[in-house]
Design a protein around this ligand. Structure first.
Ligand SMILES: *[C@@H]1O[C@H](CO)[C@@H](O)[C@H](O)[C@H]1NC(C)=O
Ligand SMILES: *[C@@H]1O[C@H](CO)[C@@H](O)[C@H](O)[C@H]1NC(C)=O
Ligand SMILES: *[C@@H]1O[C@H](CO)[C@@H](O)[C@H](O)[C@H]1NC(C)=O
Ligand SMILES: *[C@@H]1O[C@H](CO)[C@@H](O)[C@H](O)[C@H]1NC(C)=O
Ligand SMILES: *[C@@H]1O[C@H](CO)[C@@H](O)[C@H](O)[C@H]1NC(C)=O
Ligand SMILES: *[C@@H]1O[C@H](CO)[C@@H](O)[C@H](O)[C@H]1NC(C)=O
Ligand SMILES: *[C@@H]1O[C@H](CO)[C@@H](O)[C@H](O)[C@H]1NC(C)=O
Length: 451
C-alpha cells in the first residue's frame, strides 16, 4: 500500500518535472491549448526561397513541370542544353544581395509579427547545412551559407517570431519514390531522412512554428507524425511556445493539428471552431518568385488589406507569401505592398493585433464591405470603401445597433475627435469627417466604445 502511494507521488513528480503530458495520438495532441502568441500575432510573412528561385518561372513546382510539355518545358528547350539537370540550377542560387537584417526590417515594417521560411521545399534542398542532406544544401552549394540560421537571428533581433516550413516528402528522392510505389509500407525515408531533419531543425534553430507540408499522398503513420509532435510538445526545446499546423498526412489536413491551413489561400466565409491560417501569396499564381509575372498577377495593396481584414474578422491569421529572387533581392512590388500594409497597420493595427472576431457579426448586415473585430470593451468596424453615394460622408451600420445607447463613443482611428451619430430603428448613421483626400487610404476603422 505504502509502496504504491510512494510510486504514485513519484509519477506525479516526474510528470510535473518533465511536463510529459501529451500522448502520440491525435486526440491527445489536439487537446493542447494553442500558445496565445499565435492568435494574437495575426500577421506573418511566408518566404518561398530555394533552388526553384533560380529559374524563377512557372512556380516553385518548376521541377515537376520539366517534361509536361508546357511553358517550363519550352523554356528549358529554348535556353538550356538537352542534358541540363535541375541540380545545375543550384550553383546560380547566389544570394549575393541577401542581407537577413534588411529582410527582417522590411518584415517588421510590414506590421507582421512572425516569419516562416521554406527550410526545405519538395525539391529536397535544405537551406541549412543539414547532416541529412549531403551535397544538396545551401552550405555545400549556391550561397554557401546557413540561410535558416542567418534569417532566424535577424528575425529575432527585429522582435519577430521565427517559424520554419518543412516538406516531409521529396519528389525525386529514390527512397521516397520506392516507398511511395510500395504504398508506404516501409518507413526508411521518414526514419533516415525527413524526420531526423525535423529534429535537427528544432534542436539547432528553435523555431516557434513547424509549418509542415508535403504529406498529401501519404498517411500520417508513415511519418510517425504523432510521435514527432508529442516530442515537440513534451520534450523539445520549444515545447512551451511552439505551434504546428495540420499538414501531417493525407487524412489529417483540416482535421487534426495545432491549427488548420486546409488548402492554400484558405479563407472560409465564417467563424471556425479551430484556429486557422490563410497561407496566401502576393503573386496570385505562385509562391516562388516569377520573373515573368505580370503586374496584374500581384494583389494590389487594397486587395491585400481587404484579405487581411476578412481573414482576421473570421478568426484567422494571415501568412503573406513573397518569393525572393535567387540573388537575395526582394522584388520592389512585394516591398511596396508590404510597406503599404505596414503604414495602414501603423494607424489601424489596434483593430487587428490581439483582437477577437465579434461572435455576433463578422460582417455588417446592412452595408457591405464592413467587417468587425473586438477587443476588451471596444468594437471595431473596418470599412473597406468610403461611403459612395453621400456628400454627407455618412456611414450606416446595421449589426451594431444593440451596442448603441446615448453614451456610446465612436472615433475614427487616426483622427482625434469623436464622431457624431444618429439612429433609426434599423441602423446607426455615423458622420465621418470630411476627407477630401480619402483616395489615399485603403480602409478605415471606426472604434466603438459601448457605454
Ligand atoms: C545588412 O544591412 C544592414 C542594415 O541596412 C547593414 O547595417 C549591414 O551592414 C548589412 N550587412 C552587410 C553584410 O552588408
Ligand atoms: C515585441 O513585440 C511584441 C508583440 O509581438 C510587443 O508586445 C513588444 O512590445 C515588442 N517589444 C519590443 C521591444 O519592441
Ligand atoms: C515515433 O516517434 C517517437 C518520438 O520521437 C519515438 O519514440 C518512436 O520510437 C517513433 N516510432 C517509430 C516507429 O519510429
Ligand atoms: C442587423 O443586426 C441587428 C443587430 O442584431 C438587428 O437588430 C437588425 O435587425 C439586423 N438587420 C438586418 C437587415 O438584418
Ligand atoms: C434610437 O431611436 C429610437 C427612436 O427612433 C429611440 O427610441 C432609441 O432610444 C434610439 N436609440 C439610441 C441608442 O439612441
Ligand atoms: C491628434 O492628437 C495628437 C496629440 O494631441 C496630435 O499630436 C496629432 O497631431 C493629432 N492628430 C490629428 C490628425 O489631428
Ligand atoms: C488630407 O486631408 C486632411 C483633411 O482635409 C488634411 O489635413 C491633410 O493635410 C490631407 N493630407 C494630404 C496628404 O493631402
Amino acid at each position: 500500500m505504502k509502496l504504491l502511494w510512494y510510486s504514485t507521488i513519484l509519477l506525479i513528480c516526474a510528470e510535473a518535472v518533465f511536463g510529459e503530458k501529451y500522448e502520440a495520438s491525435w486526440d491527445s495532441l489536439d487537446s493542447r491549448p494553442l500558445p496565445e502568441w499565435f492568435d494574437n500575432a495575426k500577421i506573418g510573412i511566408f518566404i518561398h526561397w530555394g533552388v526553384f528561385s533560380v529559374p524563377s518561372m512557372g512556380t516553385e513546382w518548376f521541377w515537376t513541370f520539366w517534361n509536361d510539355g508546357g511553358e517550363v518545358t519550352e523554356y528549358l528547350k529554348n535556353n538550356f542544353p538537352p542534358y541540363f539537370s535541375y541540380q545545375e540550377f543550384a550553383k546560380d542560387f547566389t544570394a549575393e544581395f541577401f542581407n537577413a537584417t534588411e529582410w527582417a526590417e522590411l518584415f517588421a515594417n510590414s506590421g507582421a509579427r512572425y516569419v516562416v521560411l521554406t527550410s526545405k521545399h519538395h525539391e529536397g534542398f535544405t537551406m541549412w547545412p543539414s547532416s541529412y542532406s549531403y551535397s544538396w544544401n545551401s552550405k555545400d552549394l549556391g550561397p554557401h551559407r546557413d540561410i535558416v540560421g542567418e534569417l532566424g537571428e535577424a528575425v529575432r533581433a527585429a522582435n519577430l517570431t521565427y517559424g520554419l516550413y518543412h516538406s516531409l516528402l521529396e519528389w525525386y528522392h529514390p527512397l521516397y519514390q520506392s516507398e511511395k510505389s510500395n504504398n508506404f509500407i516501409t518507413t526508411e525515408f521518414p526514419e533516415k531522412k525527413s524526420m531526423p531533419e525535423l529534429y535537427e531543425l528544432v534542436n539547432n534553430y528553435q523555431p516557434a512554428i513547424i509549418w509542415s507540408d508535403g504529406a498529401w499522398e501519404s498517411p500520417d503513420t508513415y511519418w510517425n507524425a504523432t510521435g514527432f509532435i508529442a516530442w515537440l510538445y513534451n520534450e523539445s526545446p520549444v515545447k512551451d511556445f511552439v505551434v504546428t499546423n495540420d499538414r501531417w498526412g493525407q487524412s489529417i489536413t483540416c482535421k487534426h493539428g495545432g491549427y488548420y491551413t486546409c488548402n492554400d489561400r484558405y479563407l472560409p466565409d465564417g467563424l471556425q471552431t479551430k484556429k486557422w491560417e490563410n497561407a496566401m501569396s502576393l503573386d496570385r499564381y505562385s509562391f516562388g518568385y516569377r520573373r515573368n509575372a505580370k503586374l496584374a498577377d500581384y494583389l494590389s495593396s487594397q486587395e491585400l488589406i481587404t484579405t487581411v481584414v476578412q481573414t482576421v474578422a473570421y478568426g484567422g491569421n494571415i501568412l503573406i507569401n513573397i518569393g525572393p529572387a535567387h540573388d537575395g533581392t526582394i522584388n520592389l512590388i512585394f516591398q511596396e505592398r508590404l510597406l503599404d500594409l505596414g503604414s495602414w497597420l501603423s494607424v489601424n493595427g489596434e483593430a487587428i493585433y490581439d483582437s477577437n472576431p465579434w461572435t455576433q457579426a463578422q460582417k455588417d448586415n446592412l452595408t457591405s464591405n464592413v467587417y468587425y473585430t473586438t477587443k476588451e470593451k471596444y468594437y471595431y468596424a473596418i470599412f473597406l470603401e468610403w461611403p459612395k453615394d453621400s456628400q454627407l460622408n455618412e456611414l450606416s451600420l446595421g449589426s451594431v445597433i444593440d451596442l448603441f445607447n446615448e453614451g456610446t463613443i465612436v472615433t475614427l482611428l487616426g483622427y482625434n475627435s469623436s464622431l457624431t451619430w444618429t439612429n433609426s430603428s434599423e441602423s446607426i448613421q455615423i458622420s465621418l469627417p470630411d476627407l477630401s483626400n480619402v483616395s489615399t487610404r485603403n480602409a478605415w476603422v471606426l472604434k466603438i466604445e459601448a457605454a
